[in-house]
Design a protein around this ligand. Sequence first.
Ligand SMILES: Nc1ncnc2c1ncn2[C@@H]1O[C@H](COP(=O)(O)OP(=O)(O)OP(=O)(O)O)[C@@H](O)[C@H]1O
Ligand SMILES: [Mg+2]
Length: 270
Amino acid sequence: MTATTYVVGNFKGGVGKTKIVTMLGYDNAVIKKRKTLVVDLDPQANASQVLARTGNIQTIDKTITTGLQQMDLTDCVTPIIENLDLIACDTSFRSFTKFVIKNFDDEVEQISVLAKLLQPLKENYDDIFIDVPPTISEFSDNAMVAADYSIIAFQTQEESLDGVKKYVGYQNFMVERYGIDLQVIGILACMLKRDSDFDESKMIEAKELYGSSVFDTVIHFQERLKTYSRDGIHLNVNKNGNYEQWDYRAHKVFIDILNQVEARKQYLNS
Ligand SMILES: Nc1ncnc2c1ncn2[C@@H]1O[C@H](COP(=O)(O)OP(=O)(O)OP(=O)(O)O)[C@@H](O)[C@H]1O
Ligand SMILES: [Mg+2]
């Protein structure tokens, strides 16, 4: 195995990045049965909290901050459920920028710390999903260098589509300046309201700008997805042996995205 690494980004906050990372991570592990690692690089630690709840884990004592100090992440991997592991984050990781600047003089080394740390772990996984804070920072630079593909999340509101433009522009800058190997695998609309003309028009605008890079599958606002943030992610099976219908609806869209990501990956590689 050599894992394929994905970063889910947008320089606008609250657009659904963490939701996408945690749901894709869960469905990749549970439905696709692929060995999956979620790396939380955001000191807000939302992905870590959701996944800890998902695995009924009360406290996580091994976070990425410890791994960074040791320059070895192998000891700070937390198993969540079968096929799904987490490298958790917490507020102490806000010192990442200081650490990097203090310990590495060279600009290229400073943005390659995460890639270097993840390299030995790649043999253990099929896929790695990285969650980042919504800032242009050492965090997002390191995630871009470590990733093979980016999934750009956006909400159908003005600033969020601007966030996509900024993200694409910045990614192109990183590719040109540092020669990193990173491609946009898809642009994904999140939290769309059904039957909203405004959301519909923003979706058309996104397609005009980015064509087939925009996934046809969109993530609608769903109460069930919201409750997973509070209760942890689940996919319950009822007495008949079928998935509980609201759980299934919530997961289906992410399973579709995983299928499309796989198809696009094959296309981009061919
Ligand atoms: N499709 C959805 N349906 C319902 N609620 C959603 C959906 N997607 C995200 N949410 C909720 O919206 C909020 C913001 O989502 P999320 O945390 O994923 O955004 P983010 O882009 O990661 O934010 P940040 O930039 O702060 O990291 C969360 O409370 C989440 O539970
Ligand atoms: Mg987030």
